[in-house]
Design a binder for this molecule. Structure first.
Ligand SMILES: Cc1ncc(C[n+]2csc(CCOP(=O)(O)OP(=O)(O)O)c2C)c(N)n1
Length: 1038
């Protein structure tokens, strides 16, 4: 019975008892956080006899009446019936008739206002219906929000109104509204009818539309839901499975009157719109035939971004890293980052000479870094816009990685100081898979940046493609739903609504530290660029656009009509900014030289000289003392914490490591350990990321030990090496190459004093990250004068594993090297090797010994500049008994060997050598084995090229000169059209002034990198070895 009472009390429409009862004690904890205690001012409170002191009595009467209407006095019975039937305020109560003779007949005359018997089932149903209705608006209200400023397309690509929403597109028109309600009633969806509109319903705790009220008439409930969810803001959030977060959003959008702005805020918004609009107009006037990818149609982006930044700055953020595509980029540089206008304008002058090295990039790709005072908060803020290629969305993970690094370096473990904002186009956001990959990094412990604010410039077109042909999802933003990010769609012709959602987005990020999306539904006033004719393909849309009043004009008129500004003030604001532009334009004509370095997104203060040059052009020895090697080796073969049980198999691995150390030897894993461990000692942060890198795909690394008895208890011995060492981060990534490599590239951008490595599971998987390699890593410095020392570890080698998992495609990396195959550099130049490294776009190596691997990793940091390093790493050599290095090869004074010359019997009597074989990587071990088997150690010399690019012309010339009677051959295990042959051959020929042929011993050309048949693999291998050691093999070709 008690249960019935409680339920009934909750679900029934408002009763007298509820007029005086506060429900705060019944609310869940989340509601306590957000809810205000409600005081009931619904119509029945107008009943004259109700007061606080009578509340308990009334309540008791009510419960008694619910159980049995006859148990209470007739007057109460009438009162409760009237109330439940929705009697107007003050009319529910009818005074009881006097108990006098004839009173029975009088009593009989005292009829309730509403005759019907109380029908609890109906009341419960009605109340449930209202709850469902509220929920329907929360879930689907955005589908009917008026988001398109042009009023022609539906932002969700669907013009229908959801069946469970009473609204229509003409929402506040009562006639339409009634019709809709009638339809829902006839269809039986809610079982409500028009007469219910004035009934008062108690509001559930999951809505804030009541404000101070806990109950409202249905008509008002609907009106408020419409105001919250169906105007110019469409809120998508009900997929979030966290009650607190949902309540937070509901409160932000449902609370009546929440979207209020002061006059000061409105004036600031207008001034920002003036700048945004007049900047584009200025460029259009001065350079009408230049591409600039203007913002016209989404001018509100500038105040939107500034609001996000203001609000974030207010919440403690002092560094914002941004990434964005072409649209509006110059405007963002000018009016958000505040790049000097003359620097932007002079980019339009094609006659300016570039002062910096490199090929440069078009103006709407360049990055920027600027520190200034935020005028609204009066706090310092640093803004950085990351340079990006044309490849849409490719910069997303890069921005995230850089943000993570900046957070890491300033100890901002919760993202309170550094944050990122990513801008997107609607077509690109929906179409590019990297967006999804980046979202999936957003909440991973080693990749999270604690929330990114995403802003979509949703101009409802992608170049010439209509959104109905560009995506299958209702909105372009649906991808964000996978990480439970709330999505705020907003009509960008309503600047105040835009400001509001931006404010909420920034607050969301600083409250929950999770991603959030602002979808600015706008239009593109011009073609894709200023030269394009949009009427070819979107005639109707552009007819409408031609009629569309610019948002600045609309908003200015509104503020003038509200008396917030007057016309002269508005015009003054415009001429003030126009003057700023004109003056900057005049100054820009004085610029004679274009400095791309002024457009650097990540300066490395102190690393270079003031002129941006390396501090030296030498590299110290990369060797280490025996003590250091031994210490690292010992830690690498132990468990440096107490009471930690590791797997038995791992104990054996560590024991073997210990024995290697005792024998002053290293294998691949130990060499890597020693390189990392020693750099950590020198204060260099190391970050190794990629799929399964913690253990290592080939189970050789084991940088994270797992306690076999305690769940999730781990130990990273590398972090137990030295008292004041730099931290070591090793992290298994999500199964993404594009996203994760982009992220690590961004991480490496932030500081030169970190060794950042990305390892592919197998080298061939790098091609799903090809865009990062092609657009950033290979040409990054040339385009953006920005160095980057990222290291790619790409397992590579033909081991009979089939076409996949074999080749890291060295030919592709080598084909992209910028050194000239036909020009022999000046080999006598001082520091030839370092100069070569300085001039190259990246370094490509394939080490055949662990010692050389150790040196090249250390050299990466000891060099006075940074270059990307591509390392083809071995698989079978990880455990090959000959692939070991002695400590002597790693002691002080030793270096990375670009070439490892023959040092066997052939080198003792070079004049007798008939053939000099050049090779790289693992095939060296096959060649030496075969040579020994054939007893040809005197006749054939084998020289390993460890650094393929930049090509070691100097050392190879020495090698060739040493064997005057030898014919030269290049041997590789890769197919002829792959591997290194096409890169090495012309360079070897240049080295020897084309005096001799360079023969080829290797597999035939092929489409696939390797055979899928193990036996064929071995046959092919034997054939290439036969060729390599058949001294007559090339006779017929001479
Ligand atoms: C990865 C990639 N594919 C294709 C292009 C060519 N492209 C340049 S802009 C554009 C349309 C982009 O549309 P949207 O993302 O909606 O941005 P908008 O130009 O409308 O602002 C296309 C297809 C590109 N830049 N990048």
């Amino acid at each position: 019975m008690f249960h019935l009472r409680t339920c009934a009390a909750k679900l029934r429409p408002l009763t007298a008892s509820q007029t005086v009862k506060t429900f705060s004690q019944n609310r869940p904890a989340a509601a306590r956080t957000f809810g205000q205690i409600r005081c009931y001012t619904a119509p029945v409170a107008a009943e004259p006899f109700l007061s606080g002191t009578s509340s308990n009595y009334v309540e008791e009467m009510y419960y008694a009446w619910l159980e049995n209407p006859k148990s209470v006095h007739k007057s109460w019975d009438i009162f409760f019936r009237n109330t439940n039937a929705g009697a107007p305020p003050g009319t529910a109560y009818q005074s009881p008739l006097p108990l006098s003779p004839g009173s029975l007949s009088a009593m009989a005359r005292a009829r309730p206002l509403v005759e019907a018997q109380p029908n609890v089932d109906k009341l419960v149903e009605d109340h449930l219906a209202v709850q469902s209705l509220i929920r329907a608006y929360q879930i689907r209200g955005h589908h009917v929000a008026q988001l398109d400023p042009l009023g022609i397309l539906d932002a969700d690509l669907d013009s229908s109104v959801p069946a469970d929403i009473i609204s229509s597109t003409d929402k506040l028109d009562l006639a339409v509204f009634k019709e809709r309600l009638r339809m829902l009633t006839v269809g039986g969806f809610y079982g409500l009818d028009e007469s219910d509109l004035d009934k008062v319903f108690h509001l559930p705790t999951t809505t804030f539309i009541g404000g101070q009220e806990s109950a409202l008439p249905l008509r008002e409930i609907i009106r408020r839901l419409e105001m919250a969810y169906c105007q110019h803001i469409g809120v998508e959030f009900m997929f979030i499975n966290d009650l607190e977060q949902c309540q937070w959003i509901r409160q932000k959008f449902e609370t009546p009157g929440v979207m209020q702005f002061t006059n000061e805020e409105k004036r600031t918004l207008l001034a920002r719109l003036v700048r945004s609009t007049r900047f584009e107009e200025f460029l259009q006037r001065k350079w009408s035939s230049e591409k600039r990818f203007g913002l016209e149609g989404c001018e509100v982006l500038i105040p939107a971004l500034k609001t996000i930044i203001d609000k974030s700055s207010e919440n403690g953020v002092d560094y914002v890293i941004m990434g964005m595509p072409h649209r509006g980029r110059l405007n963002v540089l000018a009016n958000v980052i505040r790049k000097e206008l003359e620097q932007i304008f002079c980019q339009f002058d094609s006659k300016l000479e570039a002062a910096d090295e490199g090929s440069g990039d078009v103006k709407y790709h360049l990055g920027m870094y600027h520190r200034r005072i935020n005028r609204v908060t009066d706090r310092n803020i640093t803004l950085s816009l990351v340079a990006n290629p044309s490849h849409l969305e490719a910069a997303d993970p890069v921005v995230m990685g850089k943000t993570k690094a900046e957070q890491f370096y300033c100890g901002d473990t919760e993202g309170k100081k550094v944050m990122s904002i990513l801008l997107h186009g609607d077509a690109a956001f929906a179409g590019q898979g990297i967006v999804y990959e980046t979202f999936h990094l957003s909440d991973l412990p080693s990749y999270t940046t604690h929330g990114t604010v995403h802003v979509v410039v949703n101009n409802q077109i992608g170049f010439t493609t209509d959104p109905r042909m560009a995506r299958s999802s209702p909105y372009p933003t649906d991808v964000a739903r996978v990480v439970n990010a709330p999505i705020f769609h907003v009509n960008s012709d309503d600047p105040e609504a835009v400001m509001y959602v931006c404010k909420v987005a920034a607050e969301w990020r600083s409250t929950f530290h999770k991603d959030v999306v602002v979808d600015l539904v706008c239009y593109r006033r011009n073609g894709h660029n200023e030269m394009d004719e949009p009427m070819f393909t979107q005639p109707l849309m552009y007819k409408q656009i031609r009629k569309q009043k610019p948002v600045l004009q609309k908003y200015a008129e509104l503020l003038v009509s509200q008396g917030v500004v007057n016309q002269p003030e508005y015009e003054e604001e415009i001429s003030k900014y126009d003057k700023i532009c004109e003056e900057a334009f005049t100054r820009s004509k004085d610029e004679k030289i274009l400095h791309i370095k002024h457009w650097l997104d990540s300066p490395w203060p102190g690393f270079f000289t003031l002129d941006g040059q390396p501090r030296s052009m030498t590299c110290p020895s990369t060797g280490l003392t025996e003590d250091i090697l031994t210490h690292i080796g010992n830690v690498a073969s132990s468990v440096p914490v107490e009471d930690f049980t590791i797997h038995g198999g791992l104990s054996r691995i560590l024991k073997t490591r210990g024995e290697l150390v005792k024998n002053r030897t290293v294998d691949w894993a130990l060499a890597e350990y020693m390189a990392f461990g020693s750099l950590l000692k020198e204060g260099i942060h190391i970050r190794l990321s990629g799929q399964d890198v913690e253990r290592g795909t080939f189970s050789h690394r084991h940088h994270v030990l797992h306690d076999q008895n305690v769940d999730k208890r781990t130990c990273i011995p590398m972090n137990h090496l030295w008292p004041n060492q730099a931290p070591y981060t090793v992290c298994n990534s999500s199964l993404s190459e594009y996203g994760v490599l982009g992220f690590e590239l961004g991480f490496a951008m932030a500081s030169p004093n970190a060794l950042v490595l990305w390892e592919a599971q197998f080298g061939d998987f790098h091609n799903t990250a090809q865009c990062i390699i092609d657009q950033f890593i290979c040409p990054g410095q040339a385009k953006w004068v920005r160095q980057n020392g990222i290291v790619l570890l790409l397992p590579h080698g033909m081991e009979g594993m089939g076409p996949e998992h074999s080749s890291a495609r060295p030919e592709r990396f080598l084909q992209m090297c910028n050194d000239d195959p036909d020009v022999l550099p000046d080999l006598k130049e001082a520091n030839f090797d370092i100069n070569q490294l300085y001039d190259c776009n990246w370094v490509v190596v394939n080490c055949s010994t662990p010692g050389n691997f150790f040196h090249v990793l250390r050299r990466q940091i000891l060099l006075p500049f940074r270059k990307p390093l591509i390392i083809f790493t071995p698989k079978s050599l990880l455990r090959h008994p000959e692939a070991r290095s002695n400590f002597d090869e790693m002691l002080p004074g030793t270096h990375f060997q670009r070439v490892i010359p023959e040092d066997g019997p052939a080198a003792q009597n070079p004049g007798n050598v008939k053939r000099l074989l050049f090779c790289t990587g693992k095939v060296y071990y096959d060649l030496t084995r075969e040579r020994k088997a054939r007893d040809m150690v005197e006749q054939v010399a084998i020289t390993r090229i460890e650094q393929l690019s930049p090509f070691p012309f100097d050392l190879l010339l020495q090698e060739v000169q040493k064997y005057p009677n030898a014919e030269l051959a290049w041997c590789q295990e890769e197919h002829k059209n792959q591997g290194y042959y096409d890169y090495v051959k012309p360079r070897l020929r240049t080295t020897i002034s084309r005096a001799k042929p360079v023969w080829y011993a290797g597999r035939d050309p092929a489409a696939a990198p390797a055979t899928g048949n193990k036996k064929t693999h071995l046959t092919e291998l034997q054939r290439l070895l036969d060729t390599a050691f058949d001294l007559d093999a090339f006779k017929n070709f001479s």
